[in-house]
Design a protein around this ligand. Structure first.
Ligand code: CP
Length: 318
């Protein structure tokens, strides 16, 4: 595996989940693969789970890890070509990337959508520059349009907790005070469309996601109707995708906050969220603290999804 940016990079998804469960049973079984190899994790944005779980995954595989927080202690980087660099940015990404590549064997990149320039975001300009110029395998640690390590961990968690062969999984928009990217819901939709689940998306009108990720999945604008009989409720906020409102907040309606009233119409559903979560905006204290909440095991599975991706990147191509 040379890149990991979306569900397709995993190939057979059922096989990938089985591999994840096998890795979870003995996460130190592949230490030989990472011996004398270096993982570089480059963060343009903050992180708790991705930083810790991916570093842990690398250590499980015997790797050395280096973490670079681009906005803390590194030179300020210019990302656009053709810019006269007479401002506060001292280095161009086009030199910085191959230099970073020279110090490591695999690179993980976190670079969120700016939510100002839709084309720049949806072309995955920064992630693709790493893929093109680093000379090393590159994986997304949440880029502008996707968070495939999170969605893979979500699928592993669903597989571990499902009570029927084909569970109903409902992804619901929920309110948030700040404009957030569409990366997590895009990737979750991408994975659920490939998985053996009954997938439903619910959100207020105006929050339609990119059809390349929705791929014809059922969209139900009535949240309560969507949640009826759900086995898993996956809550997430995102800002508007469609023009002319790209990156904007269109609603902060707290009727969409997942509470006990919503969970009561489900099939005793499990509650999921990628974290960090704003309590009593996205979900109430009662729901996130209930026995049906999977947010902690879901976060713990981030170590496993990262380990499968790194293991595959370290394994010589057959
Ligand atoms: N879910 C997730 O990616 O968490 P962090 O932003 O803390 O890494």
């Amino acid at each position: 595996m040379n890149t990991y940016t979306n569900v397709k990079d995993l190939g057979d998804l059922h096989r990938a989940v089985q591999e994840a469960l096998e890795v979870k049973r003995d996460r130190f079984a592949y230490q030989h693969l990472g011996r004398n190899k270096t993982l570089l994790m480059v963060f343009f944005n903050s992180s708790l789970r991705t930083r810790l779980s991916t570093q842990k995954a690398g250590m499980n595989l015997g790797m050395n890890t280096i973490v670079l927080d681009v906005n803390q202690g590194a030179w300020k980087l210019e990302t656009e070509r053709g810019v006269v660099m007479d401002g506060d940015k001292s280095e161009h990404l086009l030199e910085a990337i191959p230099v970073m590549g020279s110090y490591c064997d695999i690179i993980g990149v976190r670079s969120f959508a700016g939510l100002k320039d839709k084309a720049f975001d949806y072309e995955e300009t920064i992630l693709n520059q790493f893929i093109r110029y680093s000379g090393k395998p590159v994986f997304s640690m949440e880029a502008a349009t996707g968070h495939p390590l999170q969605a893979f961990a979500d699928l592993i968690t669903i597989e571990e907790h499902k009570r029927t062969a084909r569970p109903k999984v409902v992804m619901t928009w929920a309110p948030h005070p700040r404009a957030l990217p569409q990366a997590v819901p895009n990737s979750f939709a991408d994975f659920m469309n490939e998985a053996d689940v009954d997938f439903v998306i619910t959100h207020p009108k105006g929050y339609e996601l990119d059809e390349r990720f929705v791929r014809g999945a059922r969209v139900e604008y009535d949240q309560m109707k969507a949640l009826e009989g759900a086995d898993f409720v996956y809550a997430k906020n995102w800002s508007a995708y469609r023009d002319p409102h790209y990156g904007q907040i269109l609603s902060t309606d707290r009727n969409w906050t997942v509470d006990e009233r919503h969970m009561a119409v489900t099939n005793n559903a499990f509650f999921m969220h990628c974290l960090p979560v704003r309590r009593n905006m996205i979900v109430t204290d009662e729901v996130i603290e209930s026995p049906q909440s999977l947010v902690i095991p879901e976060a713990a599975n981030r170590e496993i999804s990262a380990e499968v991706v790194l293991k595959r990147m370290l394994t010589p191509n057959p």
